[in-house]
Write a new protein. Structure first.
Length: 298
């Protein structure tokens, strides 16, 4: 049967280009979706009642998500190349495997950030300043696993910046009564899916001395994830009430809650393949909410 995937696209690329595409994780698009979807929520909520979201802005943020996720992965691998060599799952990454040099990855990073800047400059001045403010988080996040057991929190603060930026790109400024609850909901969501993700590597992380919420929560992981999920749902309800959302939106929030409950209930934190499956399923969570926002507006 005919099939198409990001991984096949990377494999079909010219040989010298493939390590760079894998460095930016183009073959693993789940992370790009998880970065993009909070942007789409914000753009959708900012649309006028009865109107569809601005498709040009959705497209622009889509390009920006690919570039910034790629830049973030490049920075992460530059910081972690020595750690990655010691972990089975990450030992084949281009920098850890020696397929490209640190200098080459640095030049590649500059190219990605330059293109991302071009995307940012297409927005209004308020959004340009707001977007630039996130760069410190992008650069420092990979260091957090050396410092704190809560690097997933810092990732959440970084990955959900689009929940602020999407609204400001449409409206010219942030409506904080909507944007802050939406941003907080995204941070809680990241704590859910990235804690699940971190359970894949917990044995290696203990050996090499890397910290994570998976190691912090241990056998109490499901209780923590349930708390984060509840906080996410309450924040989404608050954001919806503050921008006069309608029944389809709250139906989608309920569907998100059911999906998260199923994830947590069936999660086996000691099976890496199950952790990956649950992590990847969060794209569905984000798409459900975006669909509810669009239908709620209409």
């Amino acid at each position: 049967p005919l099939s198409f995937s990001a991984a096949e696209l990377v494999r079909a690329a010219p040989g010298p280009l493939q390590p760079y595409l894998r460095l930016m994780r183009l073959h693993q698009p789940t992370g790009t979706w998880l970065l993009y979807l909070p942007c789409s929520w914000s753009i959708g909520l900012a649309a006028e009642p009865g109107c569809l979201p601005d498709w040009q802005m959705l497209s622009l943020f889509g390009v920006g998500a690919v570039l910034m996720r790629g830049a973030g992965c490049t920075i992460n691998d530059m910081w972690d190349r020595d750690y990655d060599k010691k972990v089975v799952r990450t030992a084949s990454r281009p920098l850890a495997a020696g397929e490209i040099s640190t200098f080459q990855s640095f030049i590649f990073l500059g190219g990605q950030l330059s293109l991302a800047l071009c995307v940012l400059l297409c927005l209004n001045y308020y959004s340009i300043v707001l977007g630039t403010a996130s760069l410190s988080l992008v650069v420092t996040y990979p260091l957090m696993k050396r410092i704190t057991y809560w690097p997933q929190l810092v990732l959440g603060l970084t990955f959900n910046w689009g929940a602020l930026l999407g609204w400001s790109a449409i409206k010219g400024s942030c409506e904080w009564s909507v944007c802050l609850p939406l941003y907080f909901a995204g941070v809680m969501w990241t704590l859910v899916y990235d804690t699940i993700y971190a359970h894949q590597d917990k044995k290696d992380d203990i050996i090499i001395g890397v910290k994570s919420t998976a190691l912090q929560f241990k056998e109490y992981t499901k209780q923590w994830l349930s708390g984060f999920s509840l906080a996410m749902l309450l924040s989404l309800c608050m954001a919806g009430m503050n921008c006069n959302q309608t029944f389809p939106y709250y139906s989608a929030v309920a569907a998100v809650g059911a999906h998260l409950a199923h994830q947590i209930y069936t999660l086996d934190i000691n099976k890496p393949e199950d952790c990956w499956k649950k992590f990847a399923s969060n794209r569905t969570v984000g798409v459900l909410l975006f669909t509810g926002i669009v239908l709620g507006n209409l």
